[in-house]
Design a protein around this ligand. Structure first.
Ligand code: GRF
Length: 207
């Protein structure tokens, strides 16, 4: 953790290309946050390897149950790991579990997610395939605040891509993913800059 940087936590279940994009952004001068920890419900998630390679704490948290939710004790463990590192912003990236209202109430900072559609269209799973099936001509991705619903929270940033004749799920997902990697770090930068400005206005950060 570099001095003056806000500690960021990440939750991911898989490949971790968005984790990588944020690790890369945080490696640059002037980024307001540093990734303090990456946590995963899957021990074999490549996202954890990416964190380790970047010298960032990588923690597997056993979800202790199957399905969309984590067991309460698993959520408590995640909260404890975040608190230990004074994490102020939590970024979800391909995290395949739904956080409980209790977790969201307990975490003191913003919780963000990235979703591969132009919300509010196509929330939930298989967004790119459903967009194609629907015949949309413009697809894209959204960074939003996480609330109690699934992909329903207030929107922070979006980027659009064209759907090209002959696209399949893989080609469209790849085009969207490139935009995800661009907008997620920028959205985090914007949220952190805004919250630091708020804190200054409230007088709790000394210039
Ligand atoms: C991304 O498409 C993201 O929008 C969605 O899950 C995918 C995760 O990809 N929520 P990665 O693990 O970040 O590579």
């Amino acid at each position: 953790m570099r001095q003056g940087r806000v500690p960021i936590g990440m939750l991911a279940s898989g490949r971790g290309s968005n984790v990588q994009a944020i690790l890369d952004a945080a490696a640059e001068n002037g980024f307001p946050g540093d990734v303090a920890v990456v946590l995963s419900d899957r021990e074999d998630a490549p996202a954890l390897d990416r964190a380790r390679r970047a010298g960032v704490d990588a923690i597997h948290v056993d979800p202790l149950r199957k399905g969309a939710r984590l067991a309460p004790t698993a959520e408590e463990r995640i909260l404890a790991e975040l608190e230990r590192r004074r994490v102020h912003l939590l970024a979800l990236a391909g995290f395949m579990r739904i956080l409980s209202p209790r977790f969201l109430d307990a975490f003191p900072g913003p919780v963000l997610n990235i979703h591969p559609s132009l919300l509010p269209a196509f929330p939930g799973l298989h967004a790119q395939r459903r967009a194609l099936d629907h015949g949309v001509k413009i697809a894209g991705c959204t960074v939003h605040h996480v609330d109690r619903g699934i992909d329903t929270g207030p929107i922070i940033a979006q980027a659009a891509v064209p759907v090209i004749e002959g696209d399949d799920e893989a080609t469209l997902a790849k085009r969207i993913l490139a935009k995800e990697h661009a907008i997620y770090p920028e959205a985090i930068r914007a949220v952190l800059s805004a919250s630091v400005a708020d804190t200054r206005r409230e007088g709790s950060i000394d210039e």
